[in-house]
Design a protein around this ligand. Structure first.
Ligand SMILES: [Cu+2]
Length: 249
């Protein structure tokens, strides 16, 4: 007896579906986030995790339904179109609406987070959450390097940005020439720097250590050299570092 086309498709689709489910499970296991290194990173990681918990059951539902349908109807040589089913149509439209609303709102709340969109939250009273006052740093990008000016500290550093741990830091970013982009992936920081404008970024590092700063905007032949280090130190060591910098000058 000749096998139907559907059963041959099912033979291909079943292992494929198993592979997809396997990949999703491995991705979930690998993506279990370690403690975030900053307030920004924590907001972004939480959003990723929330969306994953919505996406995972959907992927499983679609794949399992697909494999079931292929198997169940593999010998159906006379398929009929689905007749009208208003209840089913209303259900899947409403379910899709609820899911999209959840995804949209989750993303909106992260976008409105003052660490993610500091310009949108400018002027918001946050002194209470920031008793030590925010550290203000002016970032000057140029072809091809970085300069950091610690406001009120009389300290300037090149290529090495030093931040105190567990304290708000506000950056105002300017460029001397073309468009650059300030990018510290591990701290969840990314902000374009536009000629003639001062853009804002904000963070609160929550883990001491060393991170890499990149320029994320192709800015000329030296673009690949345009990186630096970000060192997050406990407050006392940060103060000592500032003193050392002043003593050197
Ligand atoms: Cu650049």
């Amino acid at each position: 007896m000749r096998r139907s086309r559907a059963s041959r498709i099912a033979e291909v689709a079943a292992p494929l579906a198993v592979a997809v489910v396997g990949v999703v499970v491995v991705a979930v296991l690998l993506s279990t986030p370690a403690a975030a290194q900053s307030a920004n990173r924590s907001a972004i990681d939480d959003l990723n995790e929330q969306l994953l918990y919505v996406a995972l059951p959907l992927v499983l539902f679609v794949e399992i339904t697909l494999v079931y349908a292929l198997y169940r109807f593999r010998n159906n040589d006379d398929p009929q179109p689905t007749t009208k089913d208003p209840a089913l149509e209303i259900t899947w439209t409403a379910a899709t609406g609820v899911i999209l609303l959840f995804v949209g709102l989750s993303a909106f709340f992260v976008l409105a987070n003052p660490y993610i969109s500091p310009a949108a939250a400018a002027g918001a009273p946050d002194a209470a959450s920031n008793p030590g006052g925010a550290v203000e740093i002016e970032v000057v990008a140029y072809q091809w390097g970085w300069e950091f000016r610690y406001q009120g500290e009389n300290v300037t550093s090149q290529s090495q940005l030093v931040l105190p741990n567990d304290r708000d830091v506000r950056f105002s970013l300017v460029t001397r020439d073309v468009i650059h982009s300030f990018y510290v992936p591990e701290l969840g920081l990314k902000q374009d720097i536009i000629p003639g404008q001062s853009t804002q970024a904000r963070t609160r590092a929550t883990e001491t250590g060393e991170y890499t700063l990149y320029c994320a905007e192709l800015c000329g032949v030296g673009h690949t050299r345009m990186h630096g280090t970000v060192t997050v130190l406990p407050q006392e060591e940060y103060d000592e570092w500032l003193d050392e910098q002043r003593a050197e000058n």
